[in-house]
Design a protein around this ligand. Structure first.
Ligand code: NI
Length: 233
């Protein structure tokens, strides 16, 4: 049923830029200067106290986002996960326990990925759930275990550190450009408030908010399993 069991992971982990590389058949760029696209990504949830508010705001502002879920946070928050998908957001995997994987044994890495995948699949059904690694790291000998695209980020306002809405907004607005993948965490009220303000501010600059999957598609990239994408240069 799922191609991850049939396709060998033949690619090494690579950082691959996305934005601006795509050209339509007629030669015009898909990512034009007039319309700019960014992907907001939210890690470490879902969390009932903050994620629902974020989903309300995204809906109100007509913005799509991508959520990389920690498996052990899913129990009790199944409705939030279902809502993410129903409202057009992309749902991805951020491992089961958010441990540092770079020193982990292969079977631990496999479990950390597959348990979360199964938890998401039990709510949303079968699909490819793209992976974001905690701390962005994976042991070299386990690269073959990753049989979905890996998504990194290009704009990191370190929202978990400042927990300050204004600082997060400023940091993102300073760094953002067409094709950026922005890293935030929907477990902090300050990050949720910042995200909604960022959407407001960037809508005024003709940015559109799309899922990571859509951002890659708009960039003319066909996602490959085991390849890491960060976009935004
Ligand atoms: Ni994380």
């Amino acid at each position: 049923m799922k191609k991850r069991y049939m396709m060998p992971a033949v690619h090494a982990l690579l950082l691959t830029g996305c934005a601006g590389s795509a050209v339509e058949a007629d030669g015009s760029a898909i990512l034009s200067e007039e319309i700019k696209y960014v992907a907001l990504t939210f890690d470490d949830g879902p969390r009932s106290s903050t994620t629902a508010q974020l989903l309300d705001g995204l809906k109100e502002q007509g913005a799509a986002a991508t959520f990389f879920l920690v498996g052990e946070e899913i129990a009790g928050n199944e409705e939030l996960v279902a809502r993410m998908a129903a409202e057009g957001h992309q749902v991805g995997n951020h491992t089961w326990s958010h441990m540092r994987l770079e020193e982990a044994a292969a079977d631990v890495v496999e479990q950390e990925i597959s348990r979360t995948e199964e938890a998401i699949r039990s709510i949303l059904g079968g699909s490819d759930y793209w992976l974001r690694l905690p701390y962005g790291l994976l042991p070299q000998h386990t690269e073959h275990l990753v049989q979905v695209p890996l998504i990194k980020w290009s704009v990191d306002p370190r929202d978990w550190e400042s927990r300050n809405k204004d600082a997060i907004v400023s940091s993102v607005l300073e760094q953002v450009k067409n094709g950026s993948i922005i890293l935030l965490h929907d477990i902090y009220p300050s990050s949720v408030e910042a995200a909604l303000e960022i959407i407001d501010r960037l809508h005024a600059e003709d940015y559109r908010f799309v899922t990571v999957e859509e951002l890659l598609r708009l960039s003319g990239i066909i996602p490959e399993n085991g390849v890491m994408y960060r976009c935004g240069g």
